[in-house]
Design a protein around this ligand. Structure first.
Ligand code: SF4
Length: 694
């Protein structure tokens, strides 16, 4: 029997975990959550939830929370609790000292996609207006930055095309590089419901994920490709569509750039792009590719859903564009039931990107070099903006090791645990003179920090999150911030200490400024969100109540642009020394670096990261289920417990990255997407051998 107190007050808010963005009623007794009830009117979840949103909120008041600011001169010194005033004054003086000594560009900021839109907006404003450079980046860099690039190039806007509800109109669902059952459970269930009603399913994934075959759901085609070959498979699918006359000719003639289409068509029709020619590379039998292509092109409304298994590759952006090509080629963009839909890993990846948290873009995806846009922000902010793009996260690390980047403000992001090649990240951080971590807990990055500013959980602040379907929903404060300030207030106080006051009275004023300066947000306000429950951008004069489906009648960029997607194999090759390919992902009960879920009862379902290995590979190495194994790559090595599983294909192993002690990112390498530097987490050549218990 679970006894809970009677709630005394409640508020509707939004889950702070994945990009589904489920609405919840937070029921409180005093300052304690007694229950999180899925909101029946929540447009993203319609009253449903998963075990993260519903049960994993106890971290907000966990004993590990740090509620006092702390500073230390050196990372070998003990932390010293200080007042907020001292922490702000010290940070400001260090940043100004460093800029005076090393130059204006020697400092920067990183903001998490877990933060609200308003917080993301403030961090990029702080960097641009108070630091005076564009060295701001978001952890979307390491997950969906290729989505921003790829969909921007092809369709003209960096966002998914549909609502989640649209899947109810789909006849064919293509899931590539995503595991909705674990990563986006509420939408995964919605998808399965549609499949049970008769929709057909194509899964493209190196693992036999749950959706391939689970009770009541079975994929019509599972293209179990080798890690790193998405572009080859997607181009082979396009080859079949072109050479078998399955193109949506009228749609293409009316809506797409004819020159780009002609060049693309000639490229994909080449014999070397056929499923037969690609079979050795991809490991997928040609007849499966042909069958899947025919189903996608002729099966009715066909929708593509994809995740980090597409983006986190050296050809991540190319794969996103290959997906967009397929959708345009078959006329599957611009109405309900179809489209291209990135499943965003974190709650506010979409919003973080929308808010200009990238070094080359101001809010609303407008390039920093555009003088008209710059003038708009310069006028509003009272500063002169630097027209040159700043440093991306990996460039910040390189510059730190090179000696030119010396101070970092890091809000809500544990870069040591979540970024690839941990040794490289640590070396970069140790090369800096002032690292400021603003977070709930002393995370792995805080081990290298000089200033710790207590962060606030989603229960301690007002604001908005934007989910994977561009839906902006309210986050409502139900308890006072344990450290005294909400995150947005901390950023404002820091700006003030740096001599650039940002005197907002509340997050609503921040959103009003965002709406004023961002055309796709012109019609967004807290009042409207409160009235409608949520709003999907673009929301402006042309779409006052928002836009559920994008690209109706025409693409945002004008004519849809096909792009040639030449497959280029990753540099990460298997060798005799490293004969297996490691790929990484998530599991249902834990979330990302686990900082929140590990501090909840969700730990009972999964309390360590493990290595999944195919029975043949296990047998070859004398590994039994539950044995400890050493995993070694060119970047580093770690030890995990093995799970022998036929979910894997021979030659491929898999792990999650939820526990710092497992060191999954000690093994991953510095390879990254050619266009965006999104790390290639999904392909690492490794050796796996049995070891004694560590
Ligand atoms: Fe939260 Fe995602 Fe689960 Fe919904 S599906 S409750 S948003 S973690």
């Amino acid at each position: 029997v679970i006894r809970i107190g009677q709630p005394e007050h409640s508020a509707i808010t939004t889950c702070a975990y994945c990009g589904v963005g489920c609405g919840f009623k937070a029921e409180m007794k005093g300052n304690t959550v007694v229950r999180m009830t899925p909101w029946k009117d929540g447009q993203a979840n319609e009253g449903h939830s998963c075990i993260k949103g519903r049960f994993a909120w106890g971290y907000a008041t966990h004993k590990d929370r740090i509620t006092k600011p702390m500073i230390r001169k050196s990372i070998s010194d003990p932390w010293r609790e200080v007042s907020w005033e001292e922490a702000f004054a010290y940070t400001a003086s260090e940043f100004r000292r460093i800029q005076a000594k090393y130059g204006r560009d020697s400092v920067g900021g990183i903001v998490s996609s877990r933060c609200t839109n308003e917080e993301g907006y403030l961090v990029q404003k702080l960097v641009r207006a108070a630091f005076g450079n564009n060295n701001v980046d978001t952890c979307a860099r390491v997950c969906h930055s290729p989505t921003g690039y790829g969909l921007g190039q092809t369709f003209g806007t960096s966002a998914g095309t549909q609502t989640f509800k649209s899947v109810e109109q789909s006849d064919v669902i293509l899931v590539i590089g995503a595991n909705p059952t674990d990563g986006h459970p509420v939408f995964g269930s919605r998808m399965k419901k549609r499949l049970r009603e008769g929709a057909r399913l194509i899964v493209i994934d190196p693992r036999r994920i749950d959706m391939v075959k689970s009770p009541h759901v079975k994929a019509d085609f599972h293209l179990q490709l080798k890690p790193g070959t998405n572009v080859a498979v997607l181009t082979a699918l396009a080859h079949v569509i072109v050479t078998e006359g399955l193109l949506a000719d009228e749609y293409i003639a009316e809506r797409c750039d004819p020159k780009a289409f002609g060049e693309w068509k000639a490229f994909v029709a080449r014999a070397d792009n056929s499923p037969e020619a690609m079979a050795d590379t991809t490991g997928v039998p040609a007849e499966l590719v042909r069958g899947a292509a025919r189903l996608y092109a002729t099966g009715g409304n066909a929708a593509i859903y994809y995740g980090l298994g597409v983006t986190e590759h050296s050809q991540g952006s190319t794969a996103v564009m290959a997906i967009a090509n397929l959708a345009m080629a078959t006329g599957n963009v611009g109405r309900e039931g179809v489209g291209v839909n990135p499943l965003r890993g974190q709650n506010n990846v979409q919003g973080s990107c929308d808010m200009g948290s990238f070094p080359h873009e101001l809010p609303g995806y407008r390039h920093i070099s555009d003088s008209t846009t710059r003038a708009l922000f310069e006028d509003a902010w009272g500063v002169t903006l630097n027209p040159e793009p700043g440093l991306r996260i990996p460039n910040m690390f390189e510059a730190a090791i090179g000696g030119s980047f010396k101070a970092l403000y890091c809000e809500g992001e544990d870069i040591v645990q979540s970024d690839p090649n941990t040794q490289h990240v640590a070396e970069a951080l140790m090369s800096m003179e002032c690292i400021v971590v603003q977070d709930l807990f002393l995370n792995e990055t805080a081990k290298y920090a000089h200033v710790f500013l207590p962060g606030s959980s989603f229960l301690e602040k007002d604001g908005t999150f934007t989910n994977a379907e561009r839906r902006i929903s309210r986050v409502r404060k139900v308890m006072p911030p344990l450290g005294g300030y909400s995150d947005w207030e901390v950023t404002c106080k820091l700006a003030e200490a740096l001599g650039y006051p940002m005197p907002y009275r509340n997050p609503e004023e921040i959103m009003d400024e965002i709406a004023r300066l961002t055309p796709t947000f012109h019609g967004v306000s807290y009042r409207k969100i409160d009235e409608l429950g949520s709003v999907q951008w673009p929301c402006n004069e042309s779409a006052p109540e928002g836009t559920p489906t994008m690209h109706i009648g025409g693409f945002v960029r004008g004519k849809g642009r096909f792009i040639i997607t030449q497959y280029i194999g990753t540099d990460e090759k298997v060798t005799r020394m490293y004969p297996l390919l490691l790929t990484t992902g998530r599991i249902l009960s834990q979330y990302n670096v686990g900082a929140q879920t590990r501090r909840t009862d969700n730990n009972q379902w999964h309390e360590e990261d493990r290595l999944e290995i195919h029975p043949h590979d296990a047998e070859d190495r004398g590994i039994n289920d539950g044995d400890w194994v050493g995993i070694k790559s060119r970047a580093g090595e770690t030890v995990l417990r093995a799970v022998v599983s036929e979910r894997m294909q021979p030659g491929v192993v898999y792990t999650t990255f939820h526990f710092p002690e497992s060191g999954a990112n000690v093994i991953t390498t510095d390879n990254s997407d050619w266009a965006t530097n999104c790390p290639e987490y999904k392909v690492t050549a490794v050796q796996v051998m049995p070891v004694t218990q560590p």
